[in-house]
Design a protein around this ligand. Sequence first.
Ligand code: 3UK
Length: 442
Amino acid sequence: MSYRDLAAMQDSAALGLRDRGVRPGERVALVLRDSPHFIGAFLGAAKIGAIPVPLSTLVRPDELDFMLRDCGATLTITDADADLFVDRPAPVVAAPTSADDMCFWQYSSGTTGAPKAVIHLHRRALFPAEGHGRHVARISADDRVYSTAKLFFSYGLNNSLVIPLAAGASVVLDPERFSPDRAWRLIAAERPTVLYSVPTAYAALLAAAEAGTPADIAPLRVCISAGEALPAPLEERWHRRFGLPILDGIGSTEIGYIAISNTTDDVTPGSSGRVIPGYEARVVGPDGADATEGTLWVRGGSTAVGYHDRPQATATAFRDGWVVTGDRYRVENGRYYHLGRDDDMLRVGAQWVSPLEVESVLLSHPSVAECAVIGRADADGLLKVCAYVVLRDATPPSELDDLCAERLARHKRPRWIESVDELPKTATGKIQRFRLREETRA
Ligand code: 3UK
């Protein structure tokens, strides 16, 4: 598909949305798999001054329903709406938006509680191309990028839309769910020069290659990782096998993209790297002063301005232009090392898992008297969900597995369910997750 074809598709979507009564400032929800239609719909909505809100195609209907109501979408575009994109000959004049108008929203399920819509302004929407795109991935018009993270995530949106389109590069889009064999076939057939992925997917790609799946990375010149910490041994195994490092970097939906990263000339496995030009970072100790170890705050070119309709959560996470990430970091010689989270939230497969959600599913089983959920590293050093349960009777673990499979998204299901006689608690009866974490490490 050429850029001219895409511009025509954008204009068709813009006119189609206008015909359906969408006005500037109104939200247009996108529930679309990765395809040119996603990009056409996103850019078409923005062109008429409406606000595209990409939503996950993988969540439960009740979660989708919540987000649709919360954002007050005038219209939702799904994969069944091909008629929105029929050719409409009239060229469209872009709405007279200003730099401080809202450009798009993106849902984050960040800390506990309901998903929150993160608000991004026009002025900052293209910055990922100036920051990471220019200084880390160094994207040019000659590149062909492929992201295993889908467009509806903020990582995927920038990987497959903002950054490559700003550079005039090409994009490989796959509507299907990631699998390592499929991804290797796609890399062989489409020959991308840039791979954007997440540690869990890099581990799966490496395992498939080690098990004999044909794996030719010859066309690739750079591999980028974000979404969860990339364990040093995994990076080193990949680097040894393929002769190419993986450049880990930390970003968030609130930051807008990756703000701290390794670069081709400066890779330290086990570190998130250095601050990318256009961003500032602070590590803040418990007393609020800058420290070598503490909570990571980030400010810079792509940061969001707050959450829709959530003044309290906005005041906590957005302070004087800084995003308070909730990630614990150590900084040494300008390099940032991820130590974990300030809260109990887990990153599993580069997605959030709330231990409380998993615990409440397990507690709904009549045999489960008590339970506690923590993250435990697998053989690749990647966090997976681990549940400790105190049972009232001899319940087969498969019954609990089945319950979780029924009620939880794939990445939230416990990898391990361990039956214990009691859980470590404080004098006041609060479960001490940190003691469980210490035990699993020992
Ligand atoms: C964690 C990392 C260690 C961290 C994202 C790149 O993941 C993205 O956004 P989310 O809002 O999650 C943000 C949280 O994920 N995290 C992300 N990257 C790393 N932890 N090392 C990393 N390299 O807890 C952070 O607060 O889903 C990633 C670009 C855009 C994004 N939105």
